[in-house]
Write a protein that binds this ligand. Structure first.
Ligand SMILES: Nc1ncnc2c1ncn2[C@@H]1O[C@H](COP(=O)(O)OP(=O)(O)OP(=O)(O)O)[C@@H](O)[C@H]1O
Ligand SMILES: [Mg+2]
Length: 285
């Protein structure tokens, strides 16, 4: 990665050893309907290295490949070209070993299971006994303030409530990595801020690495160590904005460093970022 150190001065993750690397994406392409009239280059030569314990946000216009990038990292779809490792393991092995939790853009809950049993599902797959997994599911539902709905079915909940169930489920096995695709998109502003703080608390206490997709610039800045900016057709990384906030609390959103980072991300999204096009060219993050 020495090449990228010279080109990309913001890459604090560049110096870490492989063992300290939560996710390594190298030269990944994803082409849908290859060779057909409706071919789409969803990802073009994307490289991204996420350090252990790092919080990365992906931001970019609709259709730029954010979900696709999360899906190839999660081994839910194969890259057309390139390689991915999660905690040093090939992506499919990481999936088999449940090395990450994923909260999708759509909650993707099972309607025939109660809310609690949806949260229990990953624990069942790991062979937890009933009493333990019920207790764990209730603890998580309590955290997302849905304990009262444990015995309801997902379709009896609002969209935002379903999202919170999906977030609880993604945390169930306490995975070292979380892949979150617009998890707070359907939440009201107050709940969203509470969930953001909850996520930061979990991350502080557990040292989890998080890749988080959002359309909200302030949300990306508030949560992240680095904000990765993508552009569409072909989907690629165009900029990486480091966020230099020391703490996150009620006053953070009033701080100059917060506004500076928000402005930098906004400029990058308009294609006028300091590093565009030179700094993170061809996805060298
Ligand atoms: N299964 C698929 N088959 C064909 N094309 C697809 C498929 N999935 C995604 N695409 C295309 O790949 C591109 C990237 O889609 P993706 O869902 O990753 O975008 P996104 O950045 O997550 O957008 P949004 O912000 O709207 O969620 C789009 O042009 C989309 O049409
Ligand atoms: Mg998406």
């Amino acid at each position: 990665m020495s090449e990228s150190s010279t080109n990309n001065t913001v890459d604090t993750a560049d110096t870490v050893d492989t063992v300290d690397t939560a996710v390594q994406v190298e030269g990944v392409w994803k082409v849908f309907n290859q060779g057909l009239a409706n071919e789409v280059v969803a990802l073009q030569d994307v490289s991204l290295k996420v350090a252990q314990g790092e919080f990365i946000s992906l931001i970019g216009p609709s259709g730029c490949g954010k979900s696709t990038l999360l899906r190839v990292i999660a081994d839910l779809t194969d890259p057309t070209k390139g390689s991915i490792t999660v905690a040093g393991l090939p992506a499919h092995q990481a999936r088999e070993q449940q090395r990450y939790g994923i909260a999708f853009q759509q909650a993707a809950l099972f309607d025939w299971r109660t809310v609690r049993r949806n949260v229990e599902l990953p624990l069942e797959l790991q062979g937890w006994d009933k009493a333990k997994r019920q207790a764990r599911a209730m603890e998580l539902l309590d955290m997302v303030q849905l304990a009262d709905f444990a015995d309801h079915r997902p379709w009896e909940l609002s969209g935002g409530m379903q999202q919170r169930v999906a977030i609880a489920r993604s945390l169930a096995v306490d995975p070292p990595l979380l892949l979150m695709d617009e998890p707070f998109g359907a939440l009201d502003e107050m709940t969203r801020e509470r969930m953001q703080n909850e996520l930061l608390r979990i991350r502080m206490e557990t040292g989890k690495s998080i890749i988080f997709v959002t359309h909200s610039i302030p949300e990306a800045v508030y949560l992240s160590d680095r904000v990765v900016v993508m552009s569409p057709r072909p989907g690629r990384i165009t900029d990486v904005i480091p966020v230099k906030l020391t703490t996150r609390n009620e006053d953070t959103r009033e701080e100059p460093a917060f506004f500076e980072a928000v402005t930098a991300v906004r400029e990058a999204l308009r294609g006028r970022g300091a590093g565009t096009p030179g700094r993170a060219k061809a996805g060298e993050v």
